[in-house]
Design a protein around this ligand. Structure first.
Ligand code: GLN
Length: 405
């Protein structure tokens, strides 16, 4: 079946082999219904960067007619699950693309520990950050799907040799005595009061389950977004070099080889992908490598260290998933920085390689879903599922989008 990654440059490319995560799902009896839209090469937070047009969120604000984004980049997966077209969908998360769309659509999404799922057969964006995971309607469904998708794979050198626990069994585990960290740096300026409120509600729900809430600090949080938007484009500029119109995909002939490359890549890639390739090539260039790329790598190490320190005081962290609910189509499309800011709470887990789950917690005043995120220690998805399961039971989130389509 054709694979496009939401891009024109792949043309009619039909992969000659199966990805490990999908092969694992078929092995366990899953049935494929179809492929879903996404931001081009998974670059985006709104699914407006697809060459095939934007995905529309099945949710609408109360009394409103405006079409909203489903989040991104796995917006098609989240929207399809939210609309009840399927029970679950695969997705990838390089900087939040499973968790943020889950938050925007009232669905559950988990990005596992880096290396938990094989990246074999998944179109690469930023290889040191990319992870696959499920988007589902319930925490238990996410646990069942993730267990199937996970496991060591010799075909991916970063795949971890770790046993895959029974994630579903963890969903109903007692939380008594668990210490939950609340990072003070995630109280960002300008965050809507409603998000502050669901965060506080989440803390109360966990206290009622016997958790101890502890204040923790992740001091390098403010550098996470700039570091991510250097590292991810740098890796993307290298990964996307393979789309040259020679072996597969779209080719637009020019007078000579150089012009063929220029035309193919200039017309085959969309604007955001071209922007990332240029940023990536710039930060990797000889004159700027130390100032940007090396520095971002150092920040990345500090961020991982912050989490390590925090996890000496707690077992998991509770944060909002995103700083806003779903926004309107076109609302941020022409302002990349505004768009990037939506990833503020999600990119940190990718930079540190940690698992993070988003669980729907409430509807805001406009009637749109908001998610809470639980970040766990490396390879401790079970605690994410245990805390996520408790949040799900306490939130009793059973709202569904009104069917307008
Ligand atoms: N929104 C982020 C970006 O545009 C994350 C994307 C992702 O996780 N694939 O890079």
């Amino acid at each position: 079946m054709r694979t496009t990654a939401g891009s024109k440059i792949l043309g009619d490319f039909t992969p000659p082999y199966e990805s490990t995560v999908s092969a694992n799902l078929w092995r366990d009896g899953a049935v494929m219904l179809g492929k879903l839209n996404m931001d081009e090469f998974a670059m985006g937070s709104s699914n407006e960067n697809s060459a095939f047009g934007p995905v529309v969120n099945p949710w609408r604000a109360k009394g409103g007619e405006q079409k909203l984004v489903p989040g991104g980049s796995s917006g098609g997966s989240a929207a399809a699950v939210a609309a009840g077209l399927c029970l679950g969908a695969t997705a990838t998360d390089t900087g939040g693309s499973i968790r943020q769309p889950a938050s925007f659509t009232g669905t559950v999404g988990i990005k596992p520990t880096y290396g938990r799922c094989s990246r074999w057969g998944i179109v690469a964006f930023a290889s040191s950050l990319d992870q696959a995971g499920p988007i589902t309607r319930t925490v238990e469904d996410a646990a069942i799907m993730l267990r199937s998708m996970s496991g060591h794979d010799p075909k991916d050198s970063t795949s971890l040799k770790a046993d895959v626990p029974d994630f579903a069994a963890a969903c109903t585990r007692s939380l008594k005595g668990l210490r939950i960290g609340v990072p003070k740096e995630y109280r960002v300026e300008g965050m809507p009061a409603e998000i502050e409120k669901i965060w506080a509600d989440g803390m109360d729900w966990l206290r009622a389950e016997g958790c101890e809430l502890v204040d923790v600090s992740l001091p390098h949080t403010k550098y996470a977004l700039p570091a991510y938007y250097i590292i991810a484009p740098a890796e993307a500029s290298s990964n996307l070099a393979r789309y040259d119109g020679m072996r597969y995909g779209t080719r637009i002939e020019g007078a000579d080889l150089t012009e063929t490359y220029e035309k193919t890549r200039g017309q085959g890639f969309g604007e955001e992908v071209r922007r990332r390739i240029m940023i990536g090539a710039y930060v990797l260039s000889a004159g700027f490598y130390d100032a940007y790329y090396i520095r971002a790598q150092k920040v990345r190490a500090r961020i991982a260290e912050d989490f390590k320190n925090a996890f000496s005081q707690c077992d998991a962290l509770l944060t909002p998933t995103a700083p806003s609910a779903a926004f309107g189509i076109n609302a941020k499309f022409n302002d990349p920085v505004k768009m990037y800011l939506n990833d503020i709470f999600t990119v940190t887990a990718n930079l540190a390689g940690l698992p993070g789950i988003s669980v729907p917690a409430a509807l805001d005043n406009a009637g749109l879903p908001l998610g809470l995120q639980v970040i766990g220690k490396a390879l401790d998805e079970e605690t994410c599922f245990a805390v996520g399961g408790a949040l799900e039971r306490a939130a009793c989130f059973n709202a569904k989008p009104g069917k307008w389509w």
